[in-house]
Design a binder for this molecule. Structure first.
Ligand code: ATP
Length: 322
């Protein structure tokens, strides 16, 4: 337990933090481990689709949560738990345990990242809640300590805190920043349904078992991918995008083939399922090409979002005394 030199500020306050969704430009998955998890070797890229969490001091003890009407997702259609199963709530509770005299807090989440979409939206909420409560309560945790708390919440949470581009080993939580100074432009095509991450991993295990395929533990990422990121070489990167989970996601949701095929025939440099899916990420040559692709998809009645990355990880947007 830590306290900042000044201790927690007792005045009612509201801290707003934004944190990005991600795509995996490379995702290698090892065999199922005895603990049920899979080791991965992943390259994360944070993209400009942001979740926002506002943490407001509450006179009631404990943590409560609601979803903001400013969310760009159709909240009526979504199954987002508003109790202790919510990752942002779990993050705030963990921070409270590590803080002396935490106040009650209400979290308001603005959802923009597709839910159960393979883009780490819940993880972004958790990272944002961690940072917001850290500021609200003056927990005094170091960056490393915050990253450690983040890893307890989920494999993708440390990256939502860090942002930019990074290599993730272990279950994705052992991060090393990767150099990517130039922006890459993408079009995201969210699906009107979600995929459960554990179900996609299980499907991959099933496919591999059926094929008698034994895969090694992934220990490193392809240096060529890091070189393409470093050079800002979208063309080069387009030949290197890889996601071991893609065939499992497509196996569970065969309609994803249409989006992947459409992208290939309409001028995207490449297309890939993001993480465990079902969001499909189309890599474009530049911002103008991404805008064209998004417009063409919109003409066909398909939701599409032009984004770019890398962008920073969780950051405080405002800190207001009430
Ligand atoms: P993963 O990080 O496991 O790949 P994902 O990005 O595909 O997940 P999320 O949007 O993070 O998907 O949500 C996965 C599930 O987690 C949801 O179906 C929901 O039940 C639960 N969940 C918990 N907290 C949240 C949250 N703050 N926002 C959205 N879903 C949440």
């Amino acid at each position: 337990m830590r306290t900042s030199p000044s201790g927690p500020d007792p005045r009612p306050r509201s801290v707003k933090v934004r944190a990005p969704g991600k795509v995996n430009v490379s995702l290698r998955v090892g065999p199922r481990r005895p603990d049920g998890y899979h080791s991965v070797a992943s390259i994360y890229l944070a993209v400009s689709l942001f979740e926002e969490v506002t943490a407001t001091t509450s006179p009631e003890p404990g943590v409560t949560v609601s979803l903001s009407p400013e969310s760009t997702l159709d909240l009526d259609e979504l199954d987002i738990p508003l109790d202790e199963r919510n990752l942002a709530v779990r993050a705030a509770r963990l921070m409270a345990e590590m803080t002396e005299n935490p106040t009650g807090v209400h979290l308001t989440i603005t959802k923009r990242v597709p839910v159960a979409g393979g883009m780490g939206g819940g993880s972004a909420d958790a990272a944002a809640a961690l940072l917001a409560c850290d500021a609200l309560w003056g927990s005094g945790l170091s960056k490393e300590e915050l990253a450690h708390v983040a890893a307890e919440l989920g494999a993708d949470v440390p990256f939502a805190l860090l942002g930019g581009a990074a290599v993730g080993l272990g279950v994705g939580d052992q991060l090393s920043p990767a150099l990517a100074t130039t922006r890459f432009d993408w079009v995201l095509v969210p699906a009107p349904f979600g995929l459960s991450t554990p179900a996609v991993f299980s499907e991959l295990d099933r496919l591999r078992d059926a094929e008698g395929l034994t895969v090694p533990e992934p220990t490193h990422v392809e240096p060529a991918v890091l070189a393409a990121l470093r050079a800002g070489d979208a063309g080069g990167l387009s030949h290197l995008l890889v996601n071991d989970l893609q065939r499992a996601a497509v196996g569970l949701a065969p309609q994803l083939r249409d989006t992947l095929g459409w992208a290939d025939s309409h001028g995207a440099l490449a297309s890939i399922v993001s993480g465990s899916g079902p969001t499909v990420a189309l890599l474009a040559a530049d911002a103008a090409a991404a805008a064209d692709l998004a417009e063409e998809l919109a003409h066909q009645g398909i939701e599409a979002l032009a984004v770019h990355g890398p962008v920073p990880g969780a950051r405080i947007v405002s800190d207001t005394l009430l």
